[in-house]
Design a protein around this ligand. Structure first.
Ligand code: SF4
Length: 277
């Protein structure tokens, strides 16, 4: 097992445990696949994480530094001027907490008893005192960056959850948020140890009306005993099912060194197949 992946977490971190919180990424996991969400949050076994995107993190860090200079000076960043955004980076004593993973901005949702949380990239404030939630994104593609692809719906939900969280904390939040999208250029003559970016500010008008119903659906899911069906467009379970099938002939109950395993025990291939088919 890789040192980075611990499949079974301590029960404190599961739903019902004192450290469990509903992060915005867990909400998105529920939307993508209630089954994975349930296995992760209720049964305590998470899917292996993807490899960290270090270049994206570097872009985030540099953008934060750059916007922080203007936050301290209470001046607009040149990108705000270039894109006609009448705002400055928001100053608040909790800004660093809001931006920290595993902390972030949170609120208590009374109907479900959930603490809902999310870590933002930035917040801007306009002259009327209303906040704009800002998210930094990095990519590298030949075409112009947009928010039009279906897979980017997750970005939009992310923005809407942050807008909702700030409203729950009593802030006046504009429906318009901004994506600061950095696109790594590959059409330069030489690399010369430097990656250059085109940076675009894309406004997005959020609608957080779906969130309350989704939280209630998550509550119902976590309080049922049945394992939900899996979502679509994920290859992990297909892989696990295929592995179960291919290993089936090798499972011999009476083979030396193997124990007969009850069908309900963890690790039994036939049980695995039934769970993941
Ligand atoms: S299909 Fe399987 S692995 Fe993929 S998200 Fe759903 S439960 Fe998780």
């Amino acid at each position: 097992m890789s040192q980075y992946y611990k499949p079974h977490r301590k029960v404190d971190w599961n739903y019902g445990g004192p450290r469990w919180r509903l992060s915005r990424s867990k909400i998105d996991l529920f939307i993508q696949c209630p089954r994975c969400f349930y296995i992760d949050n209720k049964l305590g076994t998470a899917r292996p994480p993807g490899f960290p995107f270090n270049l994206n993190s570097a872009v985030d860090k540099l953008l934060k530094k750059e916007f922080d200079i203007h936050r301290n000076d209470e001046t607009p960043h040149p990108l705000m001027d270039a894109y006609g955004v009448d705002a400055v980076p928001f100053q608040h004593e909790k800004m660093d907490v809001w931006r920290e993973n595993f902390k972030g901005v949170d609120c208590f949702h009374k109907p479900t008893g959930f603490t809902v949380s999310g870590a933002i990239d930035d917040v801007w404030v306009n002259p009327a005192g209303s906040l704009h939630i800002v998210d930094y994104k990095a990519t590298s593609k030949d075409e112009e960056v947009t928010l039009d692809a279906e897979w980017q719906d997750g970005y939009k939900r992310q923005m809407e959850i942050y807008q909702w969280l700030f409203r729950q904390n009593g802030f006046i939040v504009s429906d318009t948020g901004y994506f600061v999208y950095a696109n790594g250029k590959t059409d330069v003559a030489v690399f010369d140890g430097k990656l250059e970016f085109d940076i675009k500010v894309i406004p997005y008008v959020g609608n957080a009306n779906w969130i309350d119903d989704t939280l209630l659906a998550i509550y119902a899911c976590l309080n049922q005993n049945e394992i939900p069906k899996n979502g679509e467009a994920c290859d992990y379970c297909t892989y696990r099912k295929a592995v179960g099938e291919v290993l089936q002939p090798f499972i011999k109950k009476d083979a030396p060194g193997t124990k007969e395993v009850s069908p309900k025990s963890k690790g039994d291939v036939s049980h695995e197949q039934s769970l993941f088919s």
